[in-house]
Design a protein around this ligand. Sequence first.
Ligand code: PAF
Length: 280
Amino acid sequence: MEVISKISQLRERLSQLRNEGKSIGLVPTMGALHEGHASLVRRSVKENDVTVVSVFLNPTQFNDPKDLERYPRTLEADCRLLDECGADIAFAPSVKEIYPEPDTRLFSYPPTDSVMEGAMRPGHFNGVCQIVSKLLSYVEPDRAYFGEKDYQQIAVIRRMVDDLGFKLQIVPCPVVRQSDGLALSSRNTLLSDEERVTAANIYRILDKSRSLGLTVQETHDYVVGEINSIPGLTVQYFSIVDGDSLADVTSWDEAPSVVGCITVFCGTKPIRLIDHIRYK
Ligand code: PAF
C-alpha cells in the first residue's frame, strides 16, 4: 500500500491509474480505524480496481475543541489495518495541506443538515461537506463508501453530491456491531469496560422498541424512558424521522422509510454515542 500525503502526488497517481482504465473507490475516514471501517474498505476492494482510503482528522467538523483534542490518533495501526484489508493508497495529508487557507464555503441542505446532529453540533455538517467535497474533487472516485452508523451524514452527503453535480455512486454500508449490539465507533475506545457494557443497552432497547406495536410517540417515549432509567446513560435526542428527508414523522404511514436516530451521553466524561434503528 502506498501512503501519500500530498494532493498533487495523489492526483498524479490516480490519473495514471484512471488512464489505465481502473475504477476507483474512496473510503473517507478520520482514522482510529476499527472493524467497521475495515468492512467499508473490504467492500471497496471487492467492487473497484483501486481503493483509496483517506485518513484525515478534519478539524472543521468539530464544533467542540475538546472533542477534537481527545479524538484517538493511531496512524501507524491504521495503515497496518488498511494494508491487511487490501487498500491500495492511504491518503494521510496534514491540516495545512487540506486547508492552506481557512475554508469559508457554506453548505446548507435543510432539513437534512439542520435537524438532530445539525442542531446539536452547529457547523458540523458544514465541515463534513467541506472535507468530503475536497476529497471527491481530488480522488474523482467511481464509488464512495460511508458507514450507515452516521445515518444523517450519508443523507447530507447525498444532498451535497446532487447539488455540486459530482458523478459517483454513494455506497451506504451497514453498521458493524459488537456481539452485544454496541455499534462500533472510534469513540468506543474512550469508554471504560464498564461503560461499554452499559452502552450496549442503547441498541438492545432500540431493537426491542420495534416489536412492541406502539405508536410513533409511544415508541419515542419508551426508548427515551428506558435508556434514561439506566445509570450512566442520558439521551440527548431521539428522533423518529422520514428515512430520506429526515423530517420528523408522527405516524408510521407518513413515509416509505422510517428511522429512529439517537444520541446518548455515556459515562462520566461523558462520551457521546450515536446510533439508529430502521422501523420500516
Ligand atoms: O464519518 C467520518 O469519519 C467523517 O465525518 C468523514 C466522512 C471521514 C469526513 O471527515
